[in-house]
Design a protein around this ligand. Structure first.
Ligand code: CMC
Length: 374
């Protein structure tokens, strides 16, 4: 292949951003200049969502207003509930999320207005409604009654409530909140770049987020947290883990939840998420997945020098919280809507059509034969 080709845009800087900075050399990640692990320690997810969208942490009045708006926009239209009720029960919830956001675009009165003010209002509506759509599907496919959102509950509490009918103890809610903070933003990853590419043709925010969800679904990106759980289920018990991972490496398999395009010596989000995975395992009195986790991680680092990424600890954490495996990536969606929206608005503010080149290697100058001569 021609040396000028940067397949997968490896190492290519395509634009500037103020939203977040990934610093693999010092194993750090900042959102608008704040370290993600500090945000996990001192903030609730809503504060971080506000920060990502508005460029600054809120004071208490700003936070109250933001939360009020989010809570007031959670409800879906009757039409969207009906559409979700009629979706095939076996649909992947990522496809449900993608379709739901697309329908929100059909219903939104401001769809064609891509001004910053309008995009802010639409981002907030998508952010508030997508968890309701997903939770409705969570219940419907189990033959259960939909639980409507509750305004007295936080973003995280409300998601548990709409899925399970109750809010778990505060340590579990905190672990979930931390996972949302860590998933909220990560610079020019595949789904964000997809959203920015769609935006660059001056398309609308609903379309850009719909495309981003499709991109996040893939197992090399957000879908990895589900694949991690499938892997742990295949391993079954800690005593099988060593043999399983050695065999996987012998067969040159890609081990899900490991490796990263940018971080080569460890994902900065992993230590925080690993800590909260441990806390949830302790509360649930289930150490099985932690033991499997540690064995597989040790072998991957020792034999391949490949470290876990954030999807490795989130997978088993969500499982212990009681979520179905195919809901793990949709949880990533409800958080990343904030990062995608910030990037979409940044792209709109300083747009340049994204249109790379390709090196052609197909046939040249073929003569067209008429149909009856072929
Ligand atoms: N298991 C086994 N080998 C791996 C892995 C892995 N998870 N990741 C990388 N490698 C090997 C790969 O086979 C290659 O080896 P060789 O040079 O001998 O061909 C080398 O490491 C470089 O890997 P690469 O695939 O060329 O690197 P990349 O930067 O293109 O890929 C990646 C990054 C995330 C796609 C890849 O590490 C991977 O497939 N990981 C598994 C899926 C996963 O966990 N994705 C989540 C990504 S982070 C969070 C998120 O976005 O959700």
């Amino acid at each position: 292949m021609n040396d000028d080709i940067k397949k997968g845009l490896l190492g290519i800087v395509v634009d500037e951003t103020e939203v977040s900075k990934v610093m693999p050399e010092i194993n750090s990640l900042t959102y608008r200049g704040y370290a993600a692990q500090d945000l996990c320690e001192y903030c609730r997810f809503e504060e971080v969502a506000y920060l990502i969208l508005n460029k600054d942490l809120p004071n208490s009045i700003q936070l109250k207003k933001f939360e009020r708006e989010e809570r007031n926009n959670r409800e879906l239209t009757k039409n969207l509930y009906e559409i979700i009720k009629h979706m095939p029960k076996k649909s992947h919830p990522m496809d449900v999320a993608r379709t739901a956001v697309s329908v929100m675009g059909l219903e939104d009165k401001e769809t064609t207005d891509s001004s910053h003010e309008s995009n802010m209002r639409k981002a907030l509506r998508i952010f508030a409604k997508t968890p309701t759509a997903l939770a409705a599907f969570y219940r419907i496919r189990k033959g259960k009654k939909i639980i409507k959102p509750k305004k007295t509950l936080s973003f995280a509490e409300n998601f548990f409530y709409m899925c399970f009918g109750k809010v778990p103890q505060k340590e579990i809610v905190k672990a979930f909140d931390v996972s949302l903070i860590l998933y909220a933003e990560h610079s020019f990853n595949v789904s964000t770049f997809t959203a920015r590419t769609i935006t660059s043709s001056l398309s609308d925010i609903h379309g850009a987020i719909t495309g981003a969800i499709a991109s996040l679904k893939g197992p090399l990106h957000g879908g990895a947290n589900e694949e991690v759980m499938h892997m742990m289920n295949k391993i079954k018990k800690p005593s099988n883990a060593l043999k399983w991972i050695k065999n996987a490496l012998k067969n040159k398999e890609v081990v899900m939840g490991f490796g990263h395009r940018v971080y080569k010596s460890g994902d900065s989000r992993v230590p925080t998420m690993r800590e909260y995975f441990g806390k949830v395992a302790k509360i649930k009195k289930d150490k099985k997945y932690e033991k499997i986790y540690d064995i597989v991680e040790k072998v991957m680092i020792k034999e391949k020098n490949i470290h876990p990424n954030v999807d490795y600890p989130t997978g088993p954490t969500y499982h212990l919280m009681g979520f179905d495996t195919d809901f793990f990536t949709p949880i990533f969606v409800i958080s990343r809507i904030t990062g995608w929206s910030a990037h979409i608005m940044e792209q709109h503010a300083a747009n340049k059509l994204i249109r790379p080149l390709a090196s052609y290697k197909g046939n040249r100058h073929r003569k067209v034969m008429q149909l009856n001569q072929r």
